[in-house]
Design a protein around this ligand. Structure first.
Ligand code: ZN
Length: 309
């Protein structure tokens, strides 16, 4: 998956089964998680972040990643990513057969300590060995930069700090770098600025992904800014579910179907069958006590909804 910023093809990775479920009060069973992933894989999405290989004592919602990976369908054209934060997690991920491994370093010391139990320097040093292991296994490697646009503990995050981590990822040989607005505080002009600065540092051979949360209702505007700045890979979660167990006041990701709708109507090609995706969102909502944050599932697709009434 290489993403050219001149192309009109955009890929959405649905992170609902991982980012979406990891802070849910009700712990989903393995079979429910498998069904969720399988339903997503039949909508034209080409990438799903299915599991996380973190310590189940810290994130019990993500336990049994191996069982989930063993039970899901593996249709052609869909890639399955797993999150891992240390070598042990990476080894588990490789053994379970994921296509891609995602690692995270958080761009603020306080948050990295809380999320990873390590300093940024320790997380980056550990990454070099991880990168070697993943490359030797021939799998795709992605490095995410958490709180790229602001930290719940330290506030503003200096751009230099983000660029420093991006450079370390480049040196380690990643295929892709992700910029995450973990707590949903970014605004569009900041996206334009930081995406441009990071693209300058990482060059054209490394893909750039954006990961937005909609905590302050700026998520979809940020996605619009990112795609106009040349970003062609996005994370989003069906229905807008999600949060972060270690980030106070963080709410869900931007909704996959809202993002796919916006991109389609802007003239981009995501390969997603929007009606199929909306059907899965409706199915998903049945598991939650309140309506999901996604808006297109309530309003319907335009212009289809106008023609139908
Ligand atoms: Zn997230």
């Amino acid at each position: 998956m290489t993403a050219s910023s001149e192309s009109n093809k955009v890929s959405i990775c649905d992170v609902g089964p991982r980012d979406g479920l990891q802070s849910e009060k009700r712990i989903w069973t393995v079979d429910e998680r498998v069904e969720f992933i399988n339903r997503l894989s039949r909508t034209g999405l080409d990438r799903i972040e299915a599991v996380s290989f973190v310590n189940p004592k810290r994130v019990p919602q993500m336990a049994d990643a191996e069982s989930v990976m063993a039970k899901i369908d593996r249709p052609d054209g869909v890639r399955y990513a797993g999150l891992a934060l240390n070598l042990k997690g990476v080894e588990r991920a490789l053994e379970s057969g994921v296509d891609e491994i995602r690692y995270v370093v958080v761009a603020s010391e306080t948050f990295n300590q809380k999320n990873q139990g390590a300093s940024i320097e320790q997380s980056m040093s550990a990454f070099d060995g991880i990168a070697e292991t993943v490359r030797a296994a021939g799998k795709r490697l992605s490095g995410t930069i958490g709180v790229t646009f602001g930290c719940p503990f330290e506030g503003e995050v200096p751009l230099e700090q983000v660029l420093k981590i991006a450079k370390r990822y480049v040196d380690a040989g990643v295929h892709e770098i992700g910029l995450a607005d973990t707590i949903g505080c970014a605004v569009p002009n900041q996206i334009t600025e930081r995406v441009g600065a990071v693209m300058d540092v990482i060059g054209k051979d490394i893909d750039l992904t954006c990961h937005f949360h909609n905590t302050r209702n700026t998520g979809i505007a940020n996605a619009a800014a990112a795609v106009m700045a040349g970003v062609r890979l996005f994370d989003a979660s069906l229905g807008g579910i999600g949060g972060c167990p270690f980030a106070p006041r963080a709410t869900g990701n931007i909704a996959s179907e809202d993002l796919a709708y916006m991109l389609r109507n802007m003239g981009y090609d995501t390969g997603i069958d929007l009606n199929a995706l909306l059907d899965v969102a409706t199915w998903l909502e049945g598991f939650f006590p309140a309506p999901l944050p996604g808006q297109v599932m309530k309003a319907g697709l335009f212009p289809e909804v106008a023609q139908a009434s």
